[in-house]
Design a binder for this molecule. Structure first.
Ligand code: KIV
Length: 286
């Protein structure tokens, strides 16, 4: 697969990438610790990336694309090939935000060397500046291995969706004192290993606050706390694409309702033969 970072064109459906500007960098994200909150959303396609990019500091090519785009039951079946294809599209569609790409389940857990090969492939094939991986203390040596070799890593602790089969579901984590302490220890070990940011998902709020105070890198909350150094949501959840979402999702639109209404209007006009109208048909010049 070829690597395409920039296309210097005006935007259109045929040439969707705008004139490239300087992207936010990993050191710039690190400097935001304790400062202006970091804004992160997921993006899986070039056009969505274009629309979200001006408003975001980071775009996450999340493996949640397994459920959102492919209708899979979890993120477990997502492959490196799927991540690479969508990651390249998001990089082509953005020019301002730092693009972070998820390492899919099975592409990094076996060994630091395997993780390096997978991460290097994702970065080469997409142009993303950083990878994200899930897990706590057990993954710390891998985070160190990657960061020492020039691969910026974002950690992900608390509710880790790739571990759904071990966790038994997507419920919030850290209800017991022991589990809360484990999540804080997990986050610290990943940050100490060199992560430049740490996603904290689906935890009791005091855990997110304690971790945010305990680590030197910015924390990015999702179902965590407004006291994190930034927030992330799945864009389709936030846009109202799905009827059922987690408690932590706030819907800023009803995109599902709008798509449905537009499709209904189109279907009505096709059946009534009022579409296409005069403006949409080609007539030969006299
Ligand atoms: O895959 C994803 O979208 C994520 C976010 C929910 C943090 O990991």
């Amino acid at each position: 697969m070829s690597t395409t970072y920039t296309l210097d064109t005006a935007t259109s459906r045929a040439t969707p990438t705008p004139v490239p500007l300087k992207r936010l960098t990993v050191p710039a994200i690190l400097r935001r610790k304790g400062g202006e909150p970091l804004v992160m959303l997921t993006a899986y396609t070039a056009r969505t990336a274009q629309l979200l990019d001006p408003h975001c500091d980071m775009l996450l090519v999340g493996d949640s694309l397994g459920q959102v785009i492919y209708g899979l039951p979890s993120t477990v079946p997502v492959t490196l090939e799927m991540m690479a294809a969508h990651g390249a599209a998001v990089v082509r569609g953005s020019y301002h935000a730092l693009v972070v790409i998820d390492m899919p389940f099975g592409s990094y857990e076996a060994s630091p060397a395997h993780a390096f090969d997978s991460a290097a492939r994702l970065m080469k094939e997409t142009g993303a500046a950083a990878v994200k991986l899930e897990g706590g203390e057990a993954m710390a040596p891998t985070v160190r291995f990657l960061t020492e070799r020039g691969i910026p890593v974002c950690g992900h602790v608390g509710l880790t969706p790739q571990a759904v089969n071990a966790l038994g579901g997507y419920g919030a984590r850290g209800r017991s004192a022991a589990e809360a302490a484990k999540i804080v220890a997990d986050g610290k070990s990943i940050a100490d290993a060199g992560a430049f940011a740490l996603v904290i998902e689906g935890v009791m709020e005091p855990i997110a606050i304690a971790l945010t105070q305990a680590v030197a890198c910015p924390t990015i909350g999702i179902g965590a706390s407004a006291h994190c150094d930034g927030q992330v949501l799945v864009a389709e959840d936030m846009l109202g694409m799905f009827e059922r979402t987690a408690k932590f999702v706030k819907r800023y639109d009803d995109i599902a309702g709008r798509i449905s209404a537009a499709a209904e209007a189109y279907a009505g006009e096709v059946r009534a033969r009022t579409f296409p109208g005069a403006e949409q048909v080609y007539v030969p010049k006299e």
